[in-house]
Design a protein. Structure first.
Length: 72
């Protein structure tokens, strides 16, 4: 049986453990985040949503996900 390696990252200010080599897209799906209604920052850089399936999350990455809120 293959052991699943876990890494620590910071997601919206909280340290969490996730599976090593997971993509940003899979992380977002796992947390049921509506991709069209958020902005994503990885290590203080805004992420192009077209690339999230190719971005592998690494140990100690800092991810901020901000929801858009309408108003007037």
């Amino acid at each position: 049986m293959k052991k699943i390696n876990k890494i620590k990252i910071k997601l919206n200010g909280k340290i969490i453990k996730i599976q090593d080599k997971i993509t940003l897209q899979n992380l977002i799906k796992k947390h049921n985040i509506p991709i069209k209604k958020v902005a994503i920052e990885l290590n203080q850089t805004i992420v192009n949503k077209k690339l999230i399936g190719k971005i592998k999350i690494k140990k100690n990455d800092k991810i901020e996900i901000v929801h858009f809120i309408g108003g007037g």
